[in-house]
Design a protein around this ligand. Structure first.
Ligand code: DQA
Length: 142
């Protein structure tokens, strides 16, 4: 099984950025833990602060991977283009957030990508990604 993880803007700074909200470990160190936990799964990781690069990665992996975990960061709340990219591919996409966006500012309550995704996992810190992996395993088993 192949799972692509895509992190959007400012997620390269997790660990340093607002640790009270996003925690103090970097995504790359968590990624090592995740890979060890699921040795049979082939993971690929991509992070970009640029909307078009995120869209290109969705296109590139969306026809060959079994699923995509997408934390689009702030583009979640603004990007019709990412919504359309998710609709254009075959792989199921799980929307991921570290924080519980619904318990935060009002502008984070709306997601423009949820309707194009299989589902959403938000509020569990880094564990949101592991829960996303479980969701893709279950989808694949159906
Ligand atoms: C986030 C939530 C977004 O509102 C925010 O812009 C982020 C991170 C999260 O993982 O909680 O950059 O996607």
């Amino acid at each position: 099984m192949k799972i692509q993880i895509i992190n959007g803007p400012n997620l390269n700074l997790v660990g340093i950025r607002e640790p009270g909200i996003y925690g103090s470990s970097s995504f790359l160190s968590y990624f090592e833990t995740l890979k060890k936990r699921y040795p049979a799964i082939e993971f690929a990781y991509f992070q970009s602060n640029i909307e078009g690069e995120i869209i290109d990665k969705i296109h590139e992996t969306g026809f060959s991977f079994d699923g995509i975990l997408l934390n689009a960061g702030a583009y979640t709340h603004t990007s019709v283009a990412i919504h359309d990219a998710i609709k254009a591919i075959n792989a199921p996409v799980v929307e991921i957030h570290l924080s519980n966006v619904h318990a935060r500012e009002k502008f984070r309550h709306q997601s423009l990508i949820t309707a194009a995704c299989k589902g959403v996992i938000a509020g569990f810190g880094m564990d949101s990604y592991r829960l996303g992996v479980e969701a893709i395993i279950e989808l694949k088993a159906k």
